[in-house]
Design a protein. Structure first.
Length: 171
């Protein structure tokens, strides 16, 4: 074996190593690109009910309208959220749900939220000073089906006039 042959062996190993690294990088970047970039769905508060008020805890049920604005279906397997009214934390909850929302469609997702009585009193005291009820829902949707990313954050805000919640005087 001549000197040139000895120099070629390390060069071949170098080329093999470089080729292997390029293949690994392509595979890794391909895996990241398999899932399409998902937009956060639009979410609105569709319904709100007081379910139970106990001495230390209050229980509420809500329905959220989830708008899938993506061109791929959303397979939701769970979610968590916090609800604020007029800037004050009211309640929080988690839900183990199985909902598939086709692309460019909507679904109602029910959820139970829990609150301390102190948080409820804090929110109610602030209602006397305002004419509108502002809400903010924040949380995360947990996605199934191997979707990347596996969680999507969401935030929804809105206002309701308090007159809609006042019962007219029957006299």
């Amino acid at each position: 074996m001549g000197k040139a042959d000895k120099d070629m062996i390390p060069l071949r190993q170098y080329i093999s190593l470089l080729g292997g690294l390029i293949v690994i990088l392509l595979i890794l970047s391909g895996c990241a690109g398999w899932g399409k970039q998902l937009d956060s769905p639009r979410i609105t508060l569709a319904n709100f009910n007081v379910q139970e008020i106990k001495i230390f805890e209050s229980v509420f049920t809500i329905e959220m309208r989830v708008f899938n604005t993506n061109d791929t279906p959303l397979e939701i397997k769970g979610l968590n959220c916090d609800l604020e009214l007029n800037g004050k934390r009211l309640a929080t909850g988690v839900a183990n749900v199985k909902v598939n929302i086709p692309s460019y469609e909507t679904a109602l997702i029910p959820m139970t939220l829990y609150s301390s009585v102190l948080d409820v009193v804090r929110v109610l005291r602030g209602l006397a000073e305002t004419e509108k009820l502002g809400y903010k829902l924040t949380g995360r949707l947990r996605l199934g089906g191997g979707t990347m990313p596996s969680t999507i954050p969401f935030k929804s805000t809105g206002e309701l006039p308090l007159q809609e919640f006042v019962v007219p005087d029957a006299s």
